[in-house]
Write a protein that binds this ligand. Sequence first.
Ligand SMILES: NC(=O)c1ccc[n+]([C@@H]2O[C@H](COP(=O)([O-])OP(=O)(O)OC[C@H]3O[C@@H](n4cnc5c(N)ncnc54)[C@H](O)[C@@H]3O)[C@@H](O)[C@H]2O)c1
Length: 355
Amino acid sequence: MAFDPTALAQSWPAPKDPRPIVTFGAGSIVGDAHFPAYRKAGFPVAGLYDPDCEKVEKLAAEWGVKAFASVEEAAAVEGAVFDLATPPARHVDVLRVLPDGAAALIQKPMGSDLDGATEILTVCRQKNLRAAVNFQLRFAPMMLALKDAIAKRYLGEVVDFDAWLALATPWQLWPFLKGLPRIEIAMHSIHYLDLIRQVLGDPKGVYAKTLGHPNHDVAQTRTSAILDYGEKVRCALSVNHDHDFGRRYQACEFRICGTKGAAYLKLGVNLDYPRGEPDILEIHPDGGEGWVNVPLEGAWFPDAFAGRMANLQRFASGEDADLVSSVEDAWNTMALVEAAYRSSAAPATSLEKRP
Ligand SMILES: NC(=O)c1ccc[n+]([C@@H]2O[C@H](COP(=O)([O-])OP(=O)(O)OC[C@H]3O[C@@H](n4cnc5c(N)ncnc54)[C@H](O)[C@@H]3O)[C@@H](O)[C@H]2O)c1
C-alpha cells in the first residue's frame, strides 16, 4: 500500500451529545490544557471546584464558568463527567464523593504510588465508576498517527523503541511536587511508559536507575531504564531533565524501528513547557523512498486532552465500546512505575574483583 501521510488518523471522533464537565482542581494544568482543549472541542464546562477560593474564583472568571463552593455541590451536577486535576494523593478523596456509576477522568499519576493506585481502583470498583486515567499522550495527534501507521504495517513488526530526552524542565511550576519522594518516573516518564505499554504491551520487567542532581533538591530528575521484552524487542529510555545548557543540543524524541520501516517523533511541548515547540512525526515507510513528514493537525498540548475526554464521553454514552486507559489498565502502568523504583533501589549486577 503506497504511504499517504495525510491518511493517518490524528484525532478521536467527537461525542454526539457531550455531557457537562465538572473539574476538580484549579491548578496550572487546567488553565494550560484542560480548558483550552475543551473550549476548542466545544465540550461544555459546568464549573470547577478547588479548596483554594482565590485560585478557583480567578480561573472560573477567566473561563466564564461557575466556581462551586464545595466538593458536594460540584459532585451533584446531574449527568456530569467529572474531571479530576487534583494532586495524586487527593484523587481518592474526590472519587469517594462522586455519585455511584459516574464517569470520571483522573489526572496522572493514579495516586502517589502503587498502593495509592490500588486504593483508587478499589474505590472505582466499589462505586462502579466508569473511570479512566488522563494518560493523554496516547491521544496526541502524533501518537494517534504513529499507532495508525503501525497498525497499517508501514513499519513491519516493531522491534525497537528508544526515548531520548535532554532538556531543562521547570519543576518549580508544580508547587505540589515540593518534597515528594518520587518525581521523574512517577510524574514525567510515566507518560512514556504508558504509551510504550500501549504500543508494545506489558514488559516482562524493567531495569532502571533514577536519580537527582547536585544542583537542586528535586528527588529525581534523571532516569535510565530498559524495559525487558525478551530477545526480539529492545526498549530503552534515556532521560536527563538537567540539560540546561541552551536549546542547541536539547532533545525530546522517540525513535521507533520496525523490521521494515521506522518512525521519528519530536515531543515539542517539553522543550519550552508549557508553550512548546511544534511536535514532529516522520515515517520511513516500508516500500517508500525515505523519510516522509506527517503534517500534524495539532499538538500534544492541548489537543490530546480533547481526544482523552472525547473517548470517556463516548464510552459513557455507548458510542465507544472501549475505555482507553481505564483504571484497570492504568493500574498496570503504575505497576511498571513501581517496578522501576524497586529496580532503582536494588543493587546492579556487581563486577568481579580482579584476581
Ligand atoms: N501532561 C499531564 O498530564 C499533566 C501535566 C501537569 C500536571 N498533571 C497532573 O495534574 C494534576 C494537577 O497538576 P497542576 O500542575 O495543575 O497542580 P497545581 O498544584 O497547580 O494544582 C493542583 C490544585 O488542586 C487543588 N486541590 C487539592 N485538593 C483538592 C480537592 N480535594 N478538590 C479540588 N481541588 C483540590 C489545589 O488547591 C491546587 O489548586 C496533578 O495530578 C499532576 O500530576 C498532568
